[in-house]
Design a protein around this ligand. Structure first.
Ligand code: SF4
Length: 383
């Protein structure tokens, strides 16, 4: 099993909260696509495990940035290049992230006729004031239209992103957002608490008093509302930020969380294989220059030691509904780690933020909003 992630580093407009690698200029897009095709060829052996001609892919994910800015002809070129070295498994999940203002009915039908079988649509909110606060490039009407058009084009597997905790959105408006999205009958929702990342426009605006600050209690309450409403409508809360109907959990995400090897292509993309993590330079000009000269772009890498692998397992597992597998910890990392885990977990088992079953340690409903902090408390010190 393996997967590929492709980072498309272009956006129409810079969302104020975003710290991903992207450019709002599209000038370099043709050069980028040519460079990406070269990178595919140069990286063809990264996922190989034997003498087979082609790597079998279970998941392919176009993220970014905004992959829906790609023309269908550009996507076709990328697929053609990938097909030389990889084969999509018969039931492969092929996801494309999209913004509502990029997809008209014609493009959606063309996408449906390509290998893309899952759309991840960045809706974020149906309220104009929120969209303005976040500086999204689309309107609420465009969000409604793209959801209807995507369903009409025949996409069954659709996920959409929402953001909660924005200062202007009260609980009633948040409920309306969730219910409105659910009303389309899509099988998967991802929802994120608005986070003020360093070096973003939002951080500067808040610091200068030009934007209202984000309040954690407000976000925690809206997270609870989200959990209640999605459960009432049959979505399983399988990961802190992800809610899916049975059969529609994101296989791309599940692979990440379970340590399946993946290759990241494009500037800033991360790859992982057997404890080795590496990430491409987060600079599109440099990425293109190197590949135009037939060389792989610069990357950094680190070999995760046992402590880091353990901490990573704890972080990802605790965020899922399955939790931390006690036996797995003992077998993969050793008795010492299993003991440390149980010792560190006591406080949360006592205060009800975690639960223990015969085989697993699981985050409770009460602890979910604090999952990352709790996981960090369970980490071993990394030398
Ligand atoms: S569209 Fe996505 S990647 Fe682009 S700026 Fe907005 S949040 Fe960031």
């Amino acid at each position: 099993m393996s997967g590929i992630y492709i980072h498309i580093p272009f956006c129409r407009q810079a969302c104020h909260y975003c710290n991903f690698h992207f450019s709002v200029s599209q000038k370099q897009r043709p050069d980028f696509v040519r460079a990406l095709m070269k990178e595919i060829c140069l990286q063809k052996d990264f996922l190989k495990t034997g003498p087979e001609d082609k790597v079998l892919l279970d998941t392919l994910y176009f993220g970014g940035g905004t992959p829906s800015l790609l023309e269908i002809s550009e996507l076709d070129q990328i697929f053609d290049e990938l097909n030389k070295f990889c084969e999509l498994s018969p039931d492969a999940e092929v996801t494309l992230e999209a913004n509502p203002d990029d997809l008209d009915p014609e493009k959606l039908v063309a996408l449906r006729n390509s290998s893309v079988n899952r759309l991840s649509i960045g809706i974020q909110s149906f309220h104009a004031s929120d969209l303005k606060y976040m500086n999204r490039s689309h309107t609420s009407d465009q969000a409604v239209k793209v959801l209807n058009d995507a369903l009409k084009a025949g996409f069954e597997s659709i996920t959409a992103d929402l953001i909660y905790g924005t200062p202007g959105m009260n609980d009633q408006l948040w409920k309306e957002n969730i219910l409105r999205l659910i009303s389309f009958g899509i099988p998967h929702i991802s929802a994120y608490s608005l986070t003020v990342e360093k070096k973003t426009a939002l951080e500067v605006f808040i610091r200068r008093g030009k934007a209202a600050p984000v309040d954690e209690e407000h976000a925690a309450r809206q997270f609870e509302i989200l959990c209640e409403i999605t459960a009432q409508h049959g979505y399983e809360h399988y990961e802190i930020s992800n809610f899916g109907k049975p059969g529609f959990f994101s296989r791309h995400n599940l692979s990440y969380w379970s340590g399946v090897p993946y290759l990241g292509l494009g500037p800033s993309a991360h790859s992982y294989r057997e404890g080795l993590r590496r990430w491409n330079v987060a600079n599109t000009c440099s990425y293109i220059d190197y590949l135009q000269n037939g060389q792989l772009p610069p990357f950094e890498q680190e070999e995760l030691d046992k402590d880091q692998q353990y901490n990573e397992y704890v972080m990802t597992a605790l965020r899922t509904m399955w939790g931390i597998d006690k036996e797995l910890v003992k077998n993969r990392f050793g008795e010492q780690y299993a003991e440390k885990l149980m010792h560190a977990a006591q406080k949360y088992l006592k205060n009800g933020k975690m639960l223990e079953t015969s085989s697993h340690l699981v985050i409770s409903n009460q602890g979910k909003f604090l999952a990352d902090g709790i996981a960090a408390d369970l980490f071993v010190d990394h030398k």
